[in-house]
Design a protein. Sequence first.
Lengths: 84, 375
Amino acid sequence: MSSPHDGHAVALELDCTTLPCPMPVIELARHLGDVAAGELIAVVAMDAAAAVDVPAWCRMKGQEYVGADVTEDGRPRYVVRRLG
Amino acid sequence: MTGSVPAQGDLDSASAAPLHPAAREVLLAALDRGYADPRRLHRAGREARLLLDNAREATAGALGVRADEVTFTPSGTHATHLGLLGLVRGARRGDLVVHSAVEHSAVRHAVEWSGRGEEVPVDKDGRVDPAEVRARAVRPEVAVVAVQSANHEVGTVQPVGRLDLPPDVPLFTDACASMGRLALPSGWAAAAGSAHKWGGPAGVGVLLVRTRARWRNPFPGDDRVDERSTGFENIPAVLAAAAALQAVVAQREEVNARHHDLVDVVRRRVAAEVPDVEVVGDPVRRLPHVVTFSCLYVDGEALVTELDRRGFGIASGSACTASTLTPSHVLEAMGVLTHGNVRLSLQRDATRADVDAFCDVLPDVVAEIRSRVGL
């Protein structure tokens, strides 16, 4: 699928709004295999650590951190492209 | 009297070190000799004054500064507040404090209290770039620059001696993480240290203010022996702190070399034996006794608790171990993993067997916590 960085057409969005650190990253790792290589997976999290830990996870696990945006109701969302 | 028993498995000297044996003897002797008011001219007062002056001379000698540049405070935090805010109050220009993004919370709270602050970003090792500090410091609104001697969480030594600041912008250096272990850097107008981190008693901070610095007391003054201090001096404690500092400085060549090698062992073994771990901070230009790493998918509080159950005391910068539920601003500024974080810092007598014992249990502890969430 085409997925320009602006607009963030994600294939899968994980709602981790109520989950504390480090659960959002754990959910991301669990569900990475649910999207195809090249597709975007996003995690919605209120946990303050996610803003640092999602990019750090991408670096450690060889995935691409696309960026942060917000959901329609203003919750922080972190977008990742599965590379492999 | 019983001798000091090193706390077995305590790998958190950066939070507090047990009382140095050299401090214990001095403290006990001074409890009887140094109780009086050092401003009084009677015999007991003169005795207390002598001990206070001795403590100041010994501290100055150990740090390589002048005795009249040394002030004892009730904590390292208070020394930091006094030092930084006194430079702001004495500033010739502006009211903005430019500081590294990885300063201790004592600096951050003081900046917040004083008004305006601006962070200088750090690299992945947690180090500021002197050129970036200078670019911000030259602006007319800048009152003071604050850069720590070394980072308290990840151990990275900052390039304090290489900062090239305008002559009318003073530098405050929080030296709490390194005082005693490393020689003071050059270039600061005021600096702070904390005795319980070098094996002195708690409740003793050291404020250093250069003779020519424009420093004005930011808080109400007092009429003590030292015009920068307030309140009745804890003379037995400051004398014991000075004795510990002298001992630590005298022994640091041997202790630092041993600690540096032991931390290298931890860095190497953790990276090799724990999957999905990030060992952070500068591997070479660092405090000799500190190492920090973060384990993916691990709850920091669970890690602290499980290691404690196995007899190892470590600190963690993870959000779930902080009362604020926010992750360490140091790890955040470095852009490294904040969860599953461990800060290990060696006590004075640490041995290879101590660090090997820790490294032996760590992989299983991490694997067990990961298995709870199915990873």
